[in-house]
Structures are given as structure tokens and as C-alpha cells.
Design a protein around this ligand. Structure first.
Ligand SMILES: [Zn+2]
Length: 391
């Protein structure tokens, strides 16, 4: 699905949450609020509520993406998965105000959706005084399915806004905090280190509370129960990983930015002619080096394609006898390539995006190098902060 030029990807893990929400609402909450509803009414309302919930998560992520676009940060895809949504950013925003607006607009969108839902649910109803639990129960019972749905959706969106505003990087609140620290220190790396340390602290707090709940403790604001505790610990573990990864990603980006591909490409590599028999390619080239992909060049050394080990593995040894490189190579048209002056970071993104392991580096149509993931990792290992030697 595409909205405003952004790919929307629905991860299979979303099904788990969908099932949990629908059963939670259809089996427990709605029958509790409306003992007189038929089972069909409860289930249908639950399904509609879950679908609208995902739509509001999508609206939250789209707001990040659109404000990002206005600020020059292109977002190619949004993934909806078990913890909600995630907008994939290709580059960090270049200035802190852009980061601030991009981060804060998501929770604001959820908050506005939440308030609008609650106001619509309430409009036209007689003034109501909250006297005791029984009167609340009576009021809830009067609500029709549409108002019931809006009441739940409104609450959930407000909870979503509040949770995302917790200053734990990489949650939105943590990004807001990082933008402010960035503005104050003019040092993105230090701001990210502090914000992700706080994010990890918050994550460990969730893990600790979760474990305490599993062991039978009751935690203020969070409640009690084994299942709730497990969820909390799981969310904490996920957040901890995300905080660590975001910081490492920033270090990688900083190390690779403005490094031309020509500095880290492999320059000792072999090329093969298109008429080479596949058997010779296997026995004489693939087996004799650790190169897994060979640029295919014609008589003038111009690149006409790329032949990869992955493609050869699919062909049986008997079949190989009749084939040449030309029959199995990926043709140059449509092939992912790099140029010597390209940014290494862009090439790393290209490898990830196309899910490939290497690209040939072309200069005027001739192969002057190869860049593999391993070469980029080697460069990072040689140019990153020194690693303490074991022992
Ligand atoms: Zn957000």
C-alpha cells in the first residue's frame, strides 16, 4: 500500500496485536460495559475498533513522515508491527529544530485524534455527574456501539500520545529531548548518547517492573499480574535494544558520511568474460577465491552484467555443463552499481534496500572496484574507536 509516495508495510506480528485487541474488547471489555449487547454486536464493534486503532497509529506515523518531508528528510516506508508503527528515516534531520518538530508532531496527532474521539462520543449526551461506580456503569450501558467505540479509541490514542512522550530515546519524547540537547550542546553525538542512556534507563525500569509483576508484586501506575508483567518486560527489552541500536547507527553514519566509495572498495578482484563456461567459473574462479560475485566484461572491458554465487547454486552441476556466464548473469541494465565518488553511507543504504551483498563500482562503464558489506564493516572496524584487545 502507498500513501503520499510512502510504502506502508504491515508486519505479520501486527496480527498478534489485532487478535489480542479484538478478543480483549469482544470477549471482556464490551460485554462488561454492555451486558445487554449480543455477541455479534460486541465482536463487530471490537473488530471495527481494532481497525480504527491501526488507522490512528498510521496517522501518527504519517504525521512524522510529512513533517519530515517538509524539512527535507525523506521517509520511504512506514512499518506497522507489534509495537505500533515505525517510520524509517534514511538520514537524520540536519538541524535540531527539524528533529524537534518531526518528533513532536506524532504524539500531538494522537492527542488530537484522542480528544476529537472523546468529544464526539460525548456530544449530544445529557450532562452527567459522576457520583459512584454504578452511575458510570449506567451511563456506559446507554452508549450505542459507535459512541462506545469512540470512547475506547479516544482513551487509547491519549495513552499512545503519553507513552510516546516519555523522554526515552528512540521514543518520540526521547527524540524531542535529543533535539533540545542537540540545540543546547551543538553536538549531535553527545545528545544522542545522553538521550539513549536515558532510554536504556527507562527500558531497564520497565524490565525490572515487569519481572517484579511476574513475581507477584504490584507496581504503582502499572498494576500487577503475570501476563502484564511479561508484556512490560518484553517492551522494555525491545526499547533497550532500540536505544542501543540507534546510538550505534549514528556512529556508523558519522564514520561513513562523506567517505567516497573509492576509499573502501576492493580493488583486487577478478572479472570474467560472458562466453566463459559455467563449469570454468565454478572450478577456476568461485572455488579459487573468496569473491562471490564477478563483474562480466566484454572485449572493451565494459561491464555487461554481474554473475553471483547465489545464482550458480540454483543450477544443478549437470545443467551447468551446457551453460555460459551470459546465460545466468544479471544484465547491466537495472543492476545496482556505485561510482567512485559516491558516499559510502549511500552505498550501505543501497545494499540494505536491495538486499544484496555487493555492488560493482563503475567509472565510465568500466569496473574499477567492488564494494561488499564486509568491506564496509572492515572499514568501520579499522576507523572506528579502538576496541580493547581481549586478554
Ligand atoms: Zn511517533
Amino acid at each position: 500500500m502507498r500513501i503520499a509516495g510512502i510504502d506502508i508495510i504491515v508486519d505479520w506480528s501486527l496480527l498478534i496485536i489485532f487478535a489480542l485487541i479484538v478478543t480483549g474488547l469482544g470477549l471482556q471489555l464490551f460485554p462488561h460495559w454492555h451486558p445487554q449487547w449480543s455477541a455479534a454486536t460486541a465482536w463487530l464493534t471490537a473488530i471495527a475498533a481494532a481497525l480504527l486503532f491501526f488507522s490512528s497509529v498510521l496517522a501518527h506515523e504519517l504525521s512524522h513522515a510529512l513533517v519530515g518531508r517538509v524539512n527535507g528528510v525523506e521517509i520511504k516506508r512506514i512499518t506497522l508491527f507489534v509495537f505500533g508503527g515505525m517510520a524509517q528515516v534514511e538520514h537524520e534531520p540536519g538541524r535540531w529544530p527539524a528533529e524537534l518538530w518531526m518528533a513532536i508532531v506524532g504524539p500531538l496527532t494522537s492527542l488530537v485524534i484522542g480528544i476529537l474521539c472523546l468529544l464526539t462520543a460525548k456530544s449530544g449526551l445529557p450532562a452527567f455527574e459522576m457520583r459512584d461506580v454504578a452511575s458510570v456503569q449506567r451511563l456506559l450501558a446507554q452508549l450505542d456501539p459507535a459512541r462506545t467505540l469512540l470512547l475506547w479509541l479516544g482513551q487509547v490514542n491519549i495513552i499512545l500520545a503519553v507513552f510516546n512522550l516519555v523522554p526515552a530515546f528512540p521514543l518520540d519524547g526521547g527524540r524531542v529531548l535529543r533535539a533540545i540537547l542537540w540545540g543546547a550542546t551543538h553536538d549531535l553525538r553527545r545528545a544522542t548518547r545522553w538521550a539513549s542512556a536515558l532510554g536504556q534507563g527507562f527500558a531497564w525500569l520497565l524490565i525490572g517492573s515487569g519481572i517484579a509483576m511476574v513475581l507477584g508484586a504490584s507496581v504503582p501506575f502499572l498494576g500487577a499480574g503475570i501476563v502484564n508483567g511479561m508484556w512490560l518486560a518484553f517492551i522494555g527489552w525491545f526499547l533497550n535494544n532500540a536505544a542501543l541500536m540507534s546510538y550505534r547507527q549514528l556512529l556508523t553514519r558519522e564514520l561513513l558520511q562523506d567517505v567516497p566509495v573509492s576509499r573502501l572498495m576492493l580493488t583486487r578482484f577478478e572479472v570474467v568474460p560472458p562466453q566463459l563456461p559455467l563449469e570454468t567459473l565454478v572450478d577456476g574462479y568461485l572455488q579459487r577465491s573468496d569473491q562471490r560475485a564477478f563483474p562480466v566484461v566484454d572485449g572493451d572491458q565494459a561491464v555487461v552484467g554481474l554473475v553471483c554465487q547465489r545464482d550458480i547454486e540454483r543450477i544443478s552441476p549437470q545443467e551447468r555443463e551446457r551453460l555460459t556466464v551470459r546465460d545466468v548473469m544479471r544484465p547491466a541494465a537495472g543492476m545496482a552499481v556505485a561510482h567512485p565518488a559516491d558516499d559510502a553511507l549511500d552505498v550501505l543504504n543501497l545494499l540494505a534496500e536491495r538486499d544484496i551483498n555487493q555492488v560493482p563500482v563503475l567509472d565510465n562503464g568500466r569496473a574499477i572496484g567492488l564494494v561488499r558489506r564486509a568491506d564496509i564493516l572492515k572499514w568501520l572496524a579499522l576507523h572506528g574507536s579502538p576496541r580493547p584487545h581481549p586478554g
